[in-house]
Design a protein around this ligand. Structure first.
Ligand code: FE2
Ligand code: FE2
Length: 166
């Protein structure tokens, strides 16, 4: 029997998510370190970071293959997941972080969160537009995809409510 966590997810799924986060962070961090190394004139160090950063992408993809198996994914599902993630960022995560940064008087962080809120909002809106346009194509597959389509419609309705609060 699978180990259940308080979130209802199996421990292995939670570990895959943590490992995916770690490898993704390593990728971005090494690219950032490469940029700093290059600016400092250490081209060999920059190249070493960039080469390793590329391998971290493959490590992260390995975890994603298990978290989002190809056989269970569709372009519409990927868009719905992306919309949910971006919406969470600008409606919950960044507003909460911003509030705490204001309390701490960290003005640089407040300004940075404001930019991220605007970016995440734009990303969510772009993905939503892409999904709406593509949904017309997916409509042709309505019978096969009806169950999925209902889910995407629910996600879109929730998103519309978040984008246009009454
Ligand atoms: Fe790695
Ligand atoms: Fe984003």
């Amino acid at each position: 029997m699978a180990n259940q966590q308080s979130t209802g997810k199996s421990i292995t799924i939670e570990n895959l998510e943590s490992a995916f986060a770690g490898e993704s962070m390593a990728h971005i961090k090494y690219r950032y370190f490469a940029k700093l190394a290059r600016e400092a004139g250490a081209e060999d160090v920059a190249k070493a970071f960039e080469a390793t950063a590329e391998q971290e992408v493959m490590h992260a993809f390995g975890h994603l293959d298990l978290l989002y198996p190809k056989t269970q994914m569709t372009p519409a599902k990927a868009l719905a997941i992306a919309i949910e993630g971006e919406t969470y960022e600008y409606t919950e995560m960044y507003p909460k972080f911003r509030h705490l940064a204001v309390e701490e008087g960290n003005h640089a962080a407040v300004a940075e969160y404001d930019e991220q809120i605007a970016e995440s909002k734009e990303h969510a809106a772009n993905f939503k537009r892409t999904l709406e346009i593509a949904a017309k194509r997916f409509g042709a597959l309505a019978k096969v995809e009806e169950r999925h389509a209902n889910h995407y419609r629910d996600v879109l309705q929730a998103l519309n409510a978040a984008l246009n609060p009454a």
